[in-house]
Design a protein around this ligand. Structure first.
Ligand SMILES: [Zn+2]
Length: 263
């Protein structure tokens, strides 16, 4: 007969920071903060759920809160699942598809004199030597995206800078992992806009969105109401484009090359 009082005691006990709480089969990471007065739930990009709680919150109150917000939480989790990254791997063989500004180009492995990668007659040609070495192949192809992408971005920069009423920053195209772009203020000098090489696989209007997005950060840092007001003035359909970027961006090739079987 000791089970009931124990359960009641456990439910009345306050939550502890870092504990895992299980509610109806869903695991929640508990974050307790003395500054917090109300309970809140957040669903992270990777699908983990965090319960933010005030320091004196009991397990019972927390579970009740989660139950009442279950529908919201499940909706968020379903959305996260729908937007889960599914970045593909590419093989460096004839016929493999590579995208540039939304168009599909088939890879053609050839002895390419001079440049290792070039776009010729609707084919992306890769030097045969680079194709047999996945690391070199990846380096050559991403290097090609960096070069042609930067040239393309530089041509789009002035019109977008004019629409956003800012001075054009310096532009660099490189590997930014899972981010599409970033902007670093320059102080006395022009700031630096960095773009992910992988973004140039997307249709041009989405690359434009990333450029406009970063340029708007010259005026406003962060993503508050004022930021979106500034961006929307230059690009009224910015929210739609952001959604498209979330949707298409999760399927973009990030440079993973499949190793060739030996022999
Ligand atoms: Zn931003």
């Amino acid at each position: 007969m000791s089970a009931a009082p124990d359960v009641a005691e456990a439910c009345a006990a306050p939550l502890t920071d870092g504990q895992i709480l299980s509610v109806g089969g869903q695991r929640l990471n508990v974050r307790v903060s003395a500054r917090r007065t109300r309970l809140a739930l957040t669903v992270e990009r990777d699908g983990t759920v965090t319960l933010h709680a005030p320091h004196d919150c009991t397990t019972e109150r927390a579970k009740d809160f989660v139950h009442r917000h279950r529908r919201w939480m499940e909706g968020k989790l379903a959305l996260r699942e729908r937007l889960r990254p599914v970045h593909p791997t590419r093989r460096l063989v004839d016929g493999e598809i590579f995208r540039y500004l939304g168009r599909a180009y088939r890879l053609q492995v050839r002895d390419v004199p001079g440049e290792s990668v070039r776009l010729v007659c609707g084919r992306l040609q890769l030097d045969a030597g680079a194709a047999t070495d996945p690391r070199r192949g990846r380096r050559e192809i991403t290097g090609w995206y960096r070069r042609v992408g930067r040239e393309w971005a530089l041509r789009r920069l002035q019109p977008w800078a004019a629409r956003l009423d800012v001075a054009a920053p310096r532009v660099e195209v490189r590997d930014l992992g899972l981010r599409w772009g970033s902007y670093t203020p320059g102080g006395e000098e022009p700031g630096l806009m960095a773009l992910n090489w992988a973004v140039f696989q997307l249709p041009a209007h989405l690359v434009d969105y990333v450029i406009a997005h970063e340029l708007a950060h010259i005026t406003v840092s962060g993503h508050g109401r004022e930021y979106w007001r500034v961006l929307r003035r230059a690009l009224p359909e910015c929210e739609e484009r952001r959604n498209d970027l979330d949707e298409l961006g999760r399927r973009v090739w990030l440079g993973e090359v499949e190793a060739q079987p030996c022999g």
